[in-house]
Design a protein around this ligand. Structure first.
Ligand code: FAD
Length: 415
């Protein structure tokens, strides 16, 4: 048998969260190996990354590759429009929010998932103290003084710590026995890229409908297509089937209708994606010699563009907790893992609950719930200081730091 590959930290998963964790850990000086294979394409999927996340990426030299001035992959989001299209008698007033209100040029950037993963993988390949292993982990043996991961090609890796960004079915999480609660929503997200006749003015337009959000997010122009957006459309599974069976031209017309012709005629570009919606939260984000990042420890529907923004904070907090730590010292390592656990809990719980609540309030159809949602959204739009506080919290979270101790006392109800 071949001797195992030796490293200090094994980052698992070549999706965005695993790659960012591996790069951030290597750039803080640790010897890291990253195991994973290039993920299959995610048709029509983009991620809106907020300014707070971009600032975190900047600390690890990962922002410039997304800058629209030099890179054609991203588009700025300078304003957000939220339209209550539920037809409820308690409809919220339309909200229109500009990044300028909170002193920013843009709330963030919209980037295709596949492009960000590809750009991160290129960076990872060129870092000396980061070795990339093209394989999957097939098995973990967690021990008192280290972990041995067996790869699906038979190689073994011995390390002190696993940082797992191995997605919602995380083998690392299951092997370490971290409990997870999962649930599903009666929704499928249809995702695609559109060319449209009228300008988006760098504005995200989110219609709240009875089946969930229907959201246009700006995409960069092409020489023959000045106005492009990505679309995320949450509909019931039956409706998703019907829509996906339509000829592309008809689906484009159906989308233009659903958007009340705000963007004019719509033409679909490239492949169309369909993703069943679900949620997941875990009892912890760590175990001895293990930290979880990204969807390995939280999953929720794409409302308010929170998923990967949260995943970036997981990955960066993992690197920060381990910065300057001698991970061969078991006590120092376990303290760093505890500090990671403490730093992540409230942020994850707050986002998971807020997104779940908003999503359920849209699809419930109950008048009192409509009333509360309509009232809350209208208040956020109308009351200046509240409006700016909510915008700041969305773009660069602070609230969870205050709520941390309270949320520890009142854990989220289990479903
Ligand atoms: C429709 C939609 C729209 C969204 N929009 C936004 C948005 O605007 N903004 C935002 O912030 N978020 C958004 N999200 C969420 C975001 O896309 C996800 O949070 C993010 O892509 C998850 O990345 P990840 O790296 O955690 O997981 P994944 O992308 O699932 O990556 C996990 C990786 O681990 C690999 N892996 C699994 N098991 C193993 C193993 N044993 N060994 C090695 N590798 C393994 C997998 O192959 C995969 O490549 C959206 C989600 C959806 C569904």
């Amino acid at each position: 048998m071949q001797p195992p590959i030796e490293t200090d930290i094994l980052a698992v998963g070549a999706g965005a969260a695993g790659l960012i964790a591996a790069i951030a850990l290597a750039r803080t000086g640790h010897r890291v190996a990253l195991v994973g294979r290039k993920p299959p394409p995610l048709p029509g999927r983009t991620v809106a990354l907020f300014e707070g996340s971009l600032q975190l990426l900047e600390q690890f030299d990962l922002r410039a590759m997304l800058d629209p001035a030099t890179s054609p992959i991203s588009a700025p989001v300078r304003a957000m429009r939220i339209i209550d299209d539920t037809g409820s008698p308690f409809r919220a007033a339309t909200g229109y929010f500009e990044a300028e209100e909170i002193g920013l040029d843009a709330f963030g950037l919209n980037v295709p998932n596949d492009d960000i993963v590809q750009a991160l993988a290129r960076v990872a390949e060129n870092i000396d103290n980061l070795e990339t292993l093209e394989a999957f982990v097939a098995d973990y043996a967690f021990g008192d003084d280290g972990v041995v991961a067996t790869l699906d090609d038979g190689r073994r890796v011995r390390c002190r710590l696993i940082v797992a960004g191995d997605g919602r079915n995380s083998l690392a999480r299951r092997t370490a026995g971290i409990e997870a609660t999962e649930w599903s929503y009666p929704q499928t997200a249809i995702t695609l890229i559109l060319r449209h006749r009228r300008a988006h003015h760098d504005t995200t337009t989110e219609y709240h409908t009875r089946s969930g959000p229907f959201t246009f997010v700006p995409m960069p122009p092409l020489p023959d297509a000045p106005y492009r957006s990505s679309l995320v459309w949450l509909v019931g599974p039956g409706e998703a089937k019907r829509l996906l069976a339509l000829p592309r031209e008809k689906l484009g017309e159906r989308i233009a209708d659903q958007a009340h012709h705000r963007f004019g005629a719509c033409e679909i570009e490239g492949d169309i994606g369909a993703f069943p919606m679900g949620g997941m939260r875990t009892k912890a984000v760590s175990a001895p010699r293990l930290m979880l990042v990204g969807e390995a420890c939280h999953v929720f529907p794409p409302l308010a563009a929170q998923g990967l923004n949260l995943g970036i904070r997981d990955s960066v907090d993992a690197a920060r907790a381990l910065e300057g730590v001698d991970i061969s010292d078991a006590r120092a390592l376990s303290q760093a893992i505890q500090s990671f656990e403490d730093s992540r809990r409230a942020d994850i719980d707050l986002r998971t609950q807020a997104v779940d609540l908003l999503n359920r309030s849209l699809i419930s159809g109950l008048p009192p719930v409509d009333f509360l949602r309509g009232f809350g959204m209208s208040a956020v739009s109308a009351i200046g200081p509240l409006r700016r506080a909510v915008l700041r919290e969305g773009v660069s979270p602070h609230l969870s730091r205050f709520l941390g101790p309270l949320m520890k006392l009142a854990p989220v109800a289990r479903r």
